[in-house]
Design a binder for this molecule. Structure first.
Ligand SMILES: NC(=O)c1ccc[n+]([C@@H]2O[C@H](COP(=O)([O-])OP(=O)(O)OC[C@H]3O[C@@H](n4cnc5c(N)ncnc54)[C@H](O)[C@@H]3O)[C@@H](O)[C@H]2O)c1
Length: 389
């Protein structure tokens, strides 16, 4: 079987997690040949991860015939152009979430997050996304969408039970929240395409869309999303510097709190929460209520290992979980976070798909539908009404 050669775009937070997952791929030989980024620590990143080549210009990957797949781990504003250019150059692509969004056009009032009407954003984002996805589909290459939630063992088990039981999902409640991103690009609509809803809520949105399709296939039904309602807020700017002590969020023109509710064509529901104003570590949770039971996917926190420890200084080299601000007191320790959070399974699936030519669990349809739902949510929130799709 041919070795898969990867070009990595970005050497930041998610690129490091992807590298952990590439190292653990089994049954297929994978080499991350090149990493391109603008970071000062690029050479160190390459050395630590055994990557032979580094560079600053991502377009250099396009002309390298050895690269089979480009893994895009850059700020969201760069995704659509990078994805389309790479796929038109004959590369398969892994694209981090969210796939795309609205990032402003010349002449827009600024900052766009507070100044451009969300209805206009929705219309423009959908038009741009349709053009990008048409180019992606025409390329004949694989588009792998980095929605790690569908690869988490917890959501995979939920899907297995939904599939086996044939039960109807009545409603789902799902949340991704934490205390705010480290990344400067997360603060601005022009680089992130939105706030907590797009950066965090996009994961549970992806999961509830995907799981409902698992049900639809099991029951041989066609189910779509018909309506979206939403509320968003900016809580962080109301806080004093002292009250912000334990948070990493620095929202400029983006929301830090979001709640979205969607209705499926069979009349069932899903509610999504995404927030940057939550202490106590990352909350990645999905509850699924069906005609046959209730399923709680506790991705993180979970109760595999619960600790109560007292001396912070002795725990310096012990990893507890993402975004906890201390290691003492009661803690929900996340075992093998790379796998629990879905990254290991995601990269394994993508490498298998590239090798045998099948479609990934998370592909272009899910990537586009998730952005559409989030932007319908922004429109609904701004106008205080239900948006029918
Ligand atoms: N799936 C997840 O759980 C998850 C978690 C965090 C972030 N993300 C997504 O990953 C993406 C990156 O986020 P991050 O937190 O890793 O950000 P980051 O700031 O830590 O890393 C971004 C990287 O992109 C590089 N970069 C920026 N402009 C570039 C350019 N023109 N050419 C080449 N490299 C360039 C930077 O140098 C940096 O290495 C975002 O789309 C974000 O939504 C996903």
């Amino acid at each position: 079987m041919k070795k898969v050669k990867v070009g990595l775009l970005g050497s930041g937070f998610i690129a490091a997690l992807h590298m952990n997952a590439f190292r653990r791929v089994y049954g297929i030989e994978v080499e991350v040949k090149t990493v391109i980024s603008l970071d000062d620590h690029l050479a160190e990143f390459a050395r630590q991860n055994g990557i032979a080549q580094t560079g600053r210009d991502w377009r250099a990957l396009l002309g390298d015939p050895e690269i089979d797949v480009v893994d895009i781990c850059t700020p969201t504003v760069l995704h659509p152009e990078m994805v389309v250019a790479c796929m038109q150059a004959g590369k398969h692509v892994i694209c981090e979430k969210p796939f795309t969004g609205y990032f402003g056009r010349p002449g827009d009032p600024t900052p766009i997050g507070t100044q451009v009407p969300k209805k206009l954003m929705y219309e423009r984002a959908m038009a741009e996304m349709d053009a990008a996805s048409a180019a992606i589909r025409a390329s004949g290459r694989l588009f792998c969408y980095g929605e790690d939630w569908v690869y988490t063992p917890a959501v995979a088990k939920t899907a297995e039970i939904v599939r086996a039981s044939g039960d109807k999902i009545l409603f789902m409640k799902a949340e991704e929240s934490h205390s705010g991103s480290h990344a400067a690009h997360a603060s601005h609509w022009s680089s992130a395409g939105g706030g907590a809803l797009m950066r965090l809520g996009i994961h549970p949105i992806g999961a509830v869309l995907w799981l409902k399709q698992v049900e639809a296939r099991a029951r041989k039904e066609t189910i779509t999303v018909t309506d979206v309602t939403c509320d968003v807020g900016r809580i962080f700017p109301t806080l004093t510097p002292a009250e912000r002590t334990y948070f990493g969020a620095k929202p400029a023109d983006v929301e830090d709190w979001a709640m979205l509710s969607l209705t499926y064509s069979d009349g069932t529901k899903a509610t999504i929460f995404g927030g940057d104003v939550v202490l106590g570590g990352t909350r990645n949770l999905m509850e699924t209520y069906t005609t046959g039971g209730a399923l709680f996917a506790n991705i993180e926190p979970n109760s595999h290992v619960v600790t109560y420890l007292t001396d912070e200084s002795r725990l310096r080299n012990v990893y507890i979980a993402e975004k906890v601000d201390r290691k003492t007191g009661w803690q929900f320790v996340c075992i093998d976070e790379d796998t629990t959070r879905g990254y290991t399974g995601e990269i394994q699936d993508f490498m298998e798909c590239i090798t045998v030519g099948r479609q990934p669990l998370a592909g272009i349809d899910l990537a586009c539908e998730a952005v559409k739902i989030a932007y319908a949510g922004y429109w609904a929130a701004e106008e205080g009404r239900r948006i029918s799709l």
